[in-house]
Design a protein around this ligand. Sequence first.
Ligand SMILES: Cc1cc2nc3c(=O)[nH]c(=O)nc-3n(C[C@H](O)[C@H](O)[C@H](O)COP(=O)(O)O)c2cc1C
Length: 394
Amino acid sequence: MLNAIEISPDIWWVGGIDWNERSFHGYTTEKGITYNAYLIMDEKITLIDTAKATFTDEFLQRISQVVDPSKIDVVITNHVEMDHSGSLPAIHKIAPNATIYASAGAGVNEVRAHFGIEATPVKSGETLSIGKRTLTFVTTPMVHWPDNMVTYSDVDKILFSNDAFGQHFASTKRFDDENDLCEVYKQAKKYYANIVWPYGMQAKKALDVVKTLDLNMICPSHGVIWRSHIADILDKYEAWTTYQMQDKAVVVFDSMWHSTEAMAREITDAFIKEGIPAELIDVKHMHVSDIILEMCDAKYVAVGSPTLNSNMMPTVAGFLTYMRGLSPNNSMRIGLAFGSYGWAPLGPKQVYAELENAKFQLPVPVVAQQWIPSEENLAELQDTVCKMIEAAQE
Ligand SMILES: Cc1cc2nc3c(=O)[nH]c(=O)nc-3n(C[C@H](O)[C@H](O)[C@H](O)COP(=O)(O)O)c2cc1C
């Protein structure tokens, strides 16, 4: 078993590694997950967050390599979601006199609602001396639950950032510079797109506070610790939280007999012909959490469905529902609805209505094709794409 790891003098990583988790509340985690918790060996022995309940044994074993868990004096609960707090009842039982801190209001209420445990409230800006170190709490409400907060240790210049700057990435190596950075950044972006994206404005506020801190490390509750690429991940969060868009297109579709697929291919080619990178995505073959990663910074989004039993296809409806819940900046995008039908163009029209509901700019009407598109019909899609690009430039 991997040992507890001293990440900075007297600060230990004592989390859990979930090598085989592949679905985290419906989000695919192809690289597994870590539940990071940190133990600070100061005059008051302090634990920052815990682990998912199923990892309690692993987590307690790691703590025991450093100290008897019953000696813990302070537990900081930055966020009550159960991937971070699932082992809190076990710690509470082993160290009943430890003081558990959570954000005033939401954090304290959530600890009580989940575990029937009374936590001590802390407000944003409040400090706690644990010996040599003073910890400062900064609440980050709705990044991504009402209770979220982050904790800063002054002596070490470490920010315990909980979900912010996290990535679902299991590894024996704890630091950014010890791992494949391309993969780490991809997983950080996928995490942001699937978890934090709806709360970009709140995340931006939190980021502005983080940027004022003197930082040696950012220790998130998932994935690798940032020590060598702090400026880079902060820059990336700046771009993501301000919804910076790329001049690129994603064309998402499903198709039974390839007519909608032929339209999707033509639309993709038309974007590429106009010099705009485009990606063709068949929803049957890509998970919605990966589609969101591809589309989160795409200026152009085309969505196609045939009519199936008087509806759009359930796969496309599933994607649109997931996307609508996550994506707050659709008014900055240019959308297109398209698809084939036999006798009633309900599938493509429902896609259009969904894009309209999700507040996309829709400069061209729905392109509904009866049965199989001819060469001429397909060629007309080139004009449609040109109109979308013109609308983006206005
Ligand atoms: C099981 C099934 C159900 C269908 N239901 C409808 C329907 O309710 N209304 C309609 O206009 N066309 C319906 N169609 C016809 C398709 O929409 C039509 O064949 C279309 O061209 C398929 O596009 P695709 O090749 O992209 O799958 C149905 C086709 C199938 C196979």
